[in-house]
Design a protein around this ligand. Sequence first.
Ligand SMILES: [Zn+2]
Length: 193
Amino acid sequence: MITNTTQRFWGALLSFSALLWRDRRTRSWLIGPLILLVAGFFIPQKMIIPVKGASTINWDIKSFWAYPWGSSITHKGIDIFDERGTDVISATHGVVVYTHEGGKGGKSVMILGPKWRFHYYAHLDSYDAVAFQPVRRGTVIGTVGDTGNATGKPPHLHYAITSPFPYFWLFDSEAVHGWKKMFHLNPDTWLRP
Ligand SMILES: [Zn+2]
């Protein structure tokens, strides 16, 4: 699977559906999650740059899918540079899925936004969010830092978007790991006016 989050998403979706399917009396209830799933795709996604005060000059347009990129092979997000301690804000409305500390991302926050897209905010100096917390576009969720494998590098926000549902038209036969582009979306697409 693409990421732990997409794996857990599919695990939860399939096991819940199987649970309803198992009993003939609850089988018709499957329409519930199905409607929810479809409805999610109709929630409009308006996005803002997730670092307060930052503009398009704060990241390199070529940073998405940059290669080679250490143990990640390709860089599946964009790096928005700013001073340590600058507010990191949610790019969309959504719900906090988890906060995490450790690993490559250091202090990080995952938010589920419209269209079942997972928004990942990493290398934070600190975070200010809890799982299941609803957030609005612009809600402060942490501050820019250099935690995880960004330690010692200029502070920046690693911002990435993944979808558990493949976008087949984004398949890239030229790029390294090009098939993964069906699941890792380029945030730049929605942040450039
Ligand atoms: Zn990065």
